[in-house]
Design a protein around this ligand. Structure first.
Ligand SMILES: *[C@@H]1O[C@H](CO)[C@@H](O)[C@H](O)[C@H]1NC(C)=O
Length: 255
């Protein structure tokens, strides 16, 4: 999950205008009664006017002091959803920060925030007949049964990811991480610690197969460990790294 320090609240309307032309746009909608919600989170959803036949799903978690509307307006996911026909779920933590560290949240069906979020994904999957191969988020370690790919912005993992869901025997989601070289909140050492934690999940060693300079942004470096894992070192960037929506859509398999 990525943590940002923005606190921007923008009022939304169902119609957005650009260059004097009114473009009919779907709106961000609050969903109630979507399922068991042990962490008392809110669920918002963006369903584009034109949905792909077998749509993908992106679960976009806001920053530590943000909210669903801020995530909706400050990231490119909704615009990409209009273009590509996928669904975006925006979970919202009423207290801002996410519980991403308690035992409940780090255990499959442990009754934490991650379980509430997984249940939101399940609701969207069944309601909109989502292609279950195209479901991406950041809770991948605990719910590999739901999330097939993850992009982790400016956050760190350590320890044994498989122990979060010991009985899981299927494939793990593919993981892309981003960390800014100037990020003092997470700290530079987390970059390789996180990649090492995921490398062991996939049976990879911790030596990158390729090091791609200027990828995906000029000056940034992407380390590729195998088809399931890569990490991008965002040189000159602080906290958080801004969402690379088009890259994410490719990584999630929906572009
Ligand atoms: C992470 O590991 C790579 C490859 O082993 C190394 O070149 C790089 O300097 C490390 N990055 C950080 C931020 O420690």
């Amino acid at each position: 999950m990525h943590f940002s320090n923005f606190l921007t609240c923008t009022l939304l309307s169902g119609v957005s205008s650009g260059f004097g032309v009114l473009v009919k746009r779907a709106s961000l909608t609050k969903v109630s009664n979507w399922g068991s919600n042990p962490a008392s989170l809110n669920m918002y959803i963006y369903v584009p006017s034109t949905l792909a036949a077998s749509p993908g799903l992106v679960v976009a978690c806001h920053g530590a002091s943000g909210n669903a509307q801020q995530e909706f307006t400050s990231t490119p996911y909704a615009t990409l959803a209009d273009q590509l026909g996928f669904i975006v779920v925006y979970p919202e933590s009423p207290v801002g920060a996410w519980d991403a560290t308690s035992k409940a949240s780090l255990t499959h069906n442990g009754g934490g925030a991650s379980q509430s979020i997984a249940n939101m994904a399940s609701y969207a999957i069944s309601t909109y007949k989502v292609n279950t191969a195209k479901v991406g988020n950041t809770m991948a370690g605990v719910y590999p049964d739901i999330f097939k790919s993850a992009v982790i912005y400016s956050a760190g993992y350590s320890g044994n990811i498989r122990s979060m869901y010991p009985s899981w025997t299927g494939t793990y989601p593919k993981v892309q991480t981003y960390l800014g070289s100037l990020d003092t909140i997470i700290g530079s050492s987390s970059f390789n610690t996180t990649l090492a934690a995921w490398a062991s999940v996939f049976g990879y060693d911790t030596i990158p197969d390729t090091v791609q300079q200027n990828t995906p942004v000029s000056g940034w470096i992407t380390y590729v460990y195998g088809s399931q894992l890569q990490g991008t070192w965002a040189v000159g960037v602080g906290h958080p790294v801004s969402v690379q929506g088009a890259q994410d859509a490719k990584w999630f398999g929906i572009a």
